[in-house]
Write a protein that binds this ligand. Structure first.
Ligand code: NAD
Length: 348
């Protein structure tokens, strides 16, 4: 049986990417909508065949507990609302798929993990890229040591469209600027490629002077991670440079990576190796399939198997802790050390 998903929050990502992605899913279907705008919810429901009885507002949301059509709640709200709706969904007996970043603070993220554990519901953070064949291939090349040991990883994720007049500019709603919004993709990739947890971080932030969009949040975030094996990783995110989204893993006898690496489509794998005296580069594209379909079907598979998803709450919580350490480093903390992590499955 296909599991039913209710999408909470009908903003840009939900309408442009997630809801259309149901057209390619095999194990889930769209069965509910939660919105503050009843007219919008009714229009989307009519378009996608969601029954009127499965529409909720933020106020009536808790009644979802009585609705057997809905197995999973997918939270696509501003970051600071993720904790409240995750906790309410778990209390209503539903499994939770929550957009990234998991929350606006470490404490909120921890409360989400605790609430889902207490309610015996599964929590997955929507790290869509970990479910794509492109990023799985990069992980395989790294783990199989096809080009020897990894020495260094670099990644950039940024674009020239600073958030204008919306919640992403407000620290209390977003939790930060480019770091949790787009830098998180670099950070999460460094962890899933190495299969290790960082032991120390550094960070630097910049913001254009006198630009009201950056009163509360950073524009560019640059950070480094050092891993136990000695691998170092260097990530940069920003809102004020021409779109650039790449990931490159430098190993002893070759490099490999994706460019673009972090968008919704056209991810392209590049591999460069020694070929005699010279070097050669191959590139490859994979068949297009909605990343959101991959991700939602993967959650359904883990629920059917009663297994933790590949990207559980603990995965999001660890990223929240690392980002807090990066902010601490950027605020003058120098090199910030991180404690060892228990109970996190880094084999992913
Ligand atoms: P958006 O602003 O387009 O949509 C947010 C929705 O939340 C809107 O429908 C808005 O009406 C609603 N909302 C409810 N309460 C609100 C409040 N108090 N203030 C503001 N809006 C409120 O944002 P989005 O780009 O769709 O992002 C939503 C979430 O999805 C964020 O957590 C974001 O980080 C994440 N996201 C993930 C990806 C990805 O690739 N996985 C891409 C974009 C966004």
């Amino acid at each position: 049986k296909r599991l039913g998903i209710a999408v909470v929050g009908l903003g840009a990502l939900a309408l442009e990417n997630i809801i259309p992605g149901f057209g390619e899913t095999k194990h889930v279907r769209l069965t509910g909508l939660v919105s503050g705008d009843p007219a919008k919810a009714r229009a989307i429901a009519a378009q996608y065949g969601v029954p009127e009885k499965n529409l909720y507002s933020y106020d009536t949301f808790d009644q979802i507990s009585n609705n057997p059509d809905i197995d999973i709640v997918y939270i696509v709200l501003p970051n600071a609302l993720h904790a409240e709706f995750t906790i309410r969904a778990a209390k209503a007996g539903k499994h939770v798929l929550c957009e990234k970043p998991m929350a606006a603070t470490v404490a909120e993220a921890q409360s989400m993990v605790d609430a889902c554990a207490q309610a015996n519901r599964k929590l997955m953070i929507a790290y869509r890229l970990q479910y794509t064949p492109e990023h799985r291939t990069v992980i395989d090349l790294a783990r199989s040591k096809t080009f020897g040991a990894i020495r260094m990883i670099e990644a950039v994720n940024g674009q020239n469209d600073a958030p204008n007049g919306q919640w992403r500019q407000i620290k209390a709603l977003a939790g930060g600027g480019s770091l949790p919004d787009v830098g998180l993709y670099c950070l999460n990739a460094f962890r899933y490629i190495t299969g290790e947890e960082p032991i120390e971080v550094t960070g630097q932030l910049t913001r254009p002077a006198n630009d009201p969009r950056f009163r509360e949040i950073e524009d560019i975030s640059m950070f480094t991670l050092r891993f136990p094996s000695g691998v170092v990783a260097n990530g940069t995110a920003g809102y004020s440079f021409h779109e650039s989204r790449f990931l490159r893993v430098h190993a002893e006898t070759g490099w490999f990576g994706l460019d673009p690496a972090f968008g919704y489509d056209n991810l392209t794998l590049g591999i460069n190796r020694k070929a005699g005296m010279a070097s050669s580069t191959d590139s490859r594209r994979f068949s297009p399939k909605s990343q959101f379909a991959h991700e939602m079907d993967a959650f359904a598979a883990s629920l059917h198997a009663n297994q933790e998803p590949r990207t559980p709450g603990a995965e999001g919580l660890q990223d929240m802790k690392i980002m807090a350490a990066i902010y601490q480093a950027a605020a003058g903390g120098g090199v910030v050390k991180l404690p060892p992590v228990d109970g996190l499955d880094t084999t992913r």
